[in-house]
Design a protein around this ligand. Structure first.
Ligand code: XUL
Ligand code: CO
Length: 448
């Protein structure tokens, strides 16, 4: 049967994921592994469809470029779209595969680094020209499929030129090169209608303080972000810039350690109007935090921008980027998510990779189906907890003493330290009040 023109543009000449249809919602009783059990994009939860709550995105780098190689062994994944020796042809084949997958899984968005879309050229100008060719192609694919770009970014960590940092490099020439690369990536993001732009500073940090002027490097990072933002705004970019915190790996100390550190940096350098946070689960784990903590810290400052979904390994502490599957952990996160009113401009990007020994193409489907389903299920549970349980009242009651009498006066700034001393002297030893942690924990289990 001849393909319609529209289908051909989305799928390319070749179908890579043969025999796999568009993934549909079939409910929890379905035994079809190629179906959603919980993610029903049109289902409303608290007045909003699941599709609009999550704005799921597919990460170009892991899903279409990650070949399973690790420091101990050669690649294991023989992707049929990475066979041509011509870099432009290979990039186009990869894009055909990408849009076929994104369309079949039903994610509304994707995210990319410049070098995921097409390999760098020999010069900055050659790289820009390659990116132009591929963004022309991506524009056609986006138009035909309706898939959109959640965010773009520049990879400022893989090329050896960035071994001492990109925006924080001690050598201005490297900083300038990074600037040129970010300019190209911003141009590409704007051209593709990207809704946001991300900075993750893998090499923006140091290994030894002995050879590092930390103050100068952080000042330079802020300067770099200011001029990148000014450029994007001058080109009409209306979206949000996100900083993605991570405490370490590949640098020993990374400047964007965690939510609290990044918020302090944005405040100190006057970047709060344009920047928010893109938080990643595995990075929270590496920083010694729960993801719910990281999300709450960002939400408190109105900066909960976007999420990179994945899971680390609690036994060995590596950045394993596994697909999320922990329902209890995600329910705690969805409680923060719903109470914060969702994400500010971003979505949920699967910054996750199938395992080195998951070598079938259909494993990419199972991984994303599982990830989307566990988020959907956690959202439903968190919504039930907030709507039906006593959770919110229990939380409110813990702080009830600040809503009346002297507690309310304190909150409004109407009591001095001497006043507190007088009140305490008069009242005597306060009553012991239980935190009821186990009771709170049981509510999650009850609604799962
Ligand atoms: C690395 C990481 C990056 C960023 C984008 O740990 O998460 O892929 O998400 O550069
Ligand atoms: Co990430």
């Amino acid at each position: 049967m001849a393909k319609s023109k529209k289908t051909t543009v989305i799928l390319g000449e070749k179908e890579y994921f043969k025999g796999i249809p568009k993934i549909k919602f079939e409910g929890r009783k379905s035994k079809n592994p190629f179906s959603f059990k919980w993610y029903n994009e049109d289902q409303k939860v608290g007045g909003k469809t699941m599709k609009d709550h999550f704005r799921f995105a597919i990460a170009y780098w892991h899903t279409f470029c990650g070949d399973g190689g690790d420091p101990f062994g050669a690649p294991t994944k023989k992707f049929p779209w990475l066979t041509s020796s011509d870099p432009i042809q290979s990039a186009k084949d990869k894009m055909d595969a990408a849009f076929e997958f994104i369309t079949k899984i039903g994610a509304p968005y994707y995210c990319f680094h410049d070098v995921d879309m097409v390999d760098e050229g020999a010069t900055l100008a050659a790289s820009a020209s390659r990116l132009q060719t591929l963004t022309d192609y991506a524009l056609q694919k986006q138009k035909a499929s309706g898939v959109k770009l959640l965010w773009g970014t520049a990879n400022l960590f893989s090329n050896p030129r960035y071994m001492n940092g990109a925006a924080t490099n001690p050598d201005f020439e490297v900083v300038a090169y990074a600037g040129g690369q970010v300019k190209n990536a911003i141009d590409a993001t704007i051209k593709l209608g990207g809704e946001n732009y991300v900075f993750w500073g893998g090499r923006e940090g140091y290994i030894s303080l002995l050879n590092t002027n930390m103050k100068r490097e952080i000042d330079n990072l802020a300067q770099f972000l200011h001029i990148a933002k000014d450029y994007a705004r001058s080109q009409g970019f209306k979206g949000t810039f996100f900083i993605e915190p991570k405490p370490c790996e590949p640098s020993k100390h990374q400047y964007d350690y965690d939510s609290a550190t990044v918020i302090a940096f944005l405040r100190e350098y006057d970047l709060l109007n344009d920047f928010k946070l893109n938080l990643e689960f595995n990075h929270a784990t590496l920083a010694g935090h729960t993801m719910a903590h990281e999300m709450q810290v960002a939400a408190n400052a109105g900066l909960l921008g976007s999420l990179d979904a994945n899971r680390g390994d609690y036994q060995n502490g590596w950045d394993t980027d596994q697909f999320p599957n922990d329902l209890y952990e995600l329910t705690e996160c969805m409680l923060v998510f719903l109470q914060a009113g969702g994400l500010k401009g971003g979505g949920i990007n699967f910054d996750a990779k199938t395992r080195r020994n998951s070598t079938d193409l259909d494993d990419i489907f199972h991984a994303h189906i599982g990830g989307m389903d566990v988020f959907a299920r956690a959202l439903l549970i968190a919504n039930d907890i907030l709507k039906e349980s006593d959770y919110k009242d229990l939380m409110k009651n813990r702080y009830a003493s600040f809503t009346r009498g002297n507690g309310a006066k304190f909150t409004k700034g109407k009591l001095s330290l001497e006043d507190l001393s007088k009140i305490a002297t008069k009242k005597g030893e306060p009553e012991m009040r239980s935190g009821k942690q186990e009771m709170f924990e049981n509510i999650i289990n009850q609604y799962i």
